[in-house]
Design a binder for this molecule. Sequence first.
Ligand SMILES: [Zn+2]
Ligand SMILES: [Zn+2]
Length: 323
Amino acid sequence: MTEATARRIHPAGDPLRRALELLGDQWTLLILQSLFLRFRRYEELRLRLRISPTALSGRLRDMVAAGMLDKTPYRDSGRTRQEYRLTERGLELWPLFISIWAWEREWVQGRRDVLPSLRHVDCGQDTEAPLGCATCVLPVNARDVVSRRLDTKGAAGATTSKRFRRKDADFLSADPLMFFPDTMELLGDRWATGVVVSAMLGARHFSEFERELGIGPGVLSDRLTRLVDVDVLCTTTATTRTDAHAYRLTPKGRAFFPALAFIAEWAREFEVEGQKPDIMLDHVVCGQRLRPILLCEHCGKALDRDRIVFSHVPSPDRATQPT
Ligand SMILES: [Zn+2]
Ligand SMILES: [Zn+2]
């Protein structure tokens, strides 16, 4: 195999980069969340998110192409319209959304009062859905995990960044389930996500982030400032380096680890045969590769998608749309 062929089949950092390019976009996350809440029709999505038809169609097309959604026609008033359903690949993202919910409730001011609680049907208790390891079924803390980067060419980097402007989403804040302000600072922008992933993998200094991500200094500086503003990173003064500051994850930043672990796991499906993952996460307690799951802290069981219920969720209003 020539080197060029090998590169085409095993592009550097491809699986995680592909996952971040898909998921590191606010509209995509909001569309996915809406689909989990069973808003499936094009018009329902458009009205719920007040998204432009161009943006909605583009995101849906990308998600269908990535195998996350299926498009099914249905008849409405004699016309054929489209309905979107999550495929298995799309449904696999449910723990990511539960992690986001849990993190926002725990770490973002005022969110606990407005977000619904989650009940584990098996034991009947409200659960915070902590991260667990599928091998030993024990709770996992970010500190119990050793991360190894296998791709050195900037696995977390992204080629482009479609930044979602805050003002586009002001109206969303009226619905607490619809807008995750701090999460979107981390995940709604690929560069920001890249900075957080690099920080989890040990980057501390401006030049390290720059090198790892291949990011321009202006963009990096902007994302670092934003992440400090939302208390995901903090600065410490470095004494021996030429860089003025070192950046560290705060407890709030480290607590975002479960969401990133689920993204890294989901990205593995994008690996082609024989390709090594960009990042390896090992659970030091059992010595195995971390396969992330969610646990119930009361009964200790692994949570299943069909065995959890939120206390209240909106449902699509079909009053004006005959089924
Ligand atoms: Zn384990
Ligand atoms: Zn339970």
